[in-house]
Write a protein that binds this ligand. Sequence first.
Ligand SMILES: Cc1cc2nc3c(=O)[nH]c(=O)nc-3n(C[C@H](O)[C@H](O)[C@H](O)COP(=O)(O)OP(=O)(O)OC[C@H]3O[C@@H](n4cnc5c(N)ncnc54)[C@H](O)[C@@H]3O)c2cc1C
Length: 264
Amino acid sequence: MLNILVCVKQVPDVNLVKIDPETGSLIRKGVPAILNPHDENALEAAVRMKECYGGTVTCITMGPDQAEEALRECLAAGADRAVLLSDRAFANADTLATSYVIVSAAQLLGRFDLVFCGKESLDGATGQMASQLAERLDCSQLSCVEEILEVDEAAGIVRVRRTLEKGSEIAEGRFPCLMTVEKTKYRIRIPNLKSWKASRKAEILRYNSRTIPGLDPNRIGDPGSPTKVPRTYPPVVGERGQMLDEGGTEKTVEKLLGLLADLL
Ligand SMILES: Cc1cc2nc3c(=O)[nH]c(=O)nc-3n(C[C@H](O)[C@H](O)[C@H](O)COP(=O)(O)OP(=O)(O)OC[C@H]3O[C@@H](n4cnc5c(N)ncnc54)[C@H](O)[C@@H]3O)c2cc1C
């Protein structure tokens, strides 16, 4: 029976987020929060493994109270257990502090054979979390997993197909193994009404900085985050380019040289 952990993040729908030009901060008000799309793929892959080999899928997130909604989506889509790590003391966490909190809590939940993450989040998009989690959990890591070909529980090995820039490769990871997922061959299921209703009533396991034993206050939230984001700003859109086509190469080059000479 596989013990599977899926790390999920609730993110603002970045297509709708704007940046305040005065303060440089994201205007999140009125912007719907969604489950990070790569994490939906990670969850689907995890649930398929459970269905194929048996076991349990636990979803975990560190985030504000509202992130509970993302966890309920995961329960509706086939997760068995959902864990929310939420505390004001976690505020302004960078990836180092976030991975520390997630792993500290995950270790209370048991030993996981497989851990799934999205390739990156839609908002922070550092792509650093998975490697940090793998390091802290002492896991092997397989990135860009598109399909899981075989799980050999007796040997403690997972065999996958990874997406490469040009083609694919078959790779194996030893348990515990953390896999990151972008696109997979697994179509994301739409929860039926029964599972959606059950997810509304399901219990969410909650931890905060006081209920995770031994959590070092200097390694969480702002004090535990060496990365700071002093400013966020939209890209500066330069002047539009001009297409030159004078009906032939010589004439076009002549025109270009004329334009360049005007700039001097
Ligand atoms: C300036 C700043 C302030 C922040 N303030 C807060 C705050 O106040 N409170 C707070 O809770 N968070 C806060 N965060 C977010 C938190 O630090 C991020 O969740 C974390 O740093 C992950 O970074 P990322 O989004 O780039 O992950 P990536 O590495 O791009 O994500 C890869 C994968 O890791 C997993 N993952 C990422 N984040 C989480 C998560 N939070 N929980 C579970 N799995 C995850 C998902 O599977 C995801 O697909 C803040 C981030 C920044 C940059």
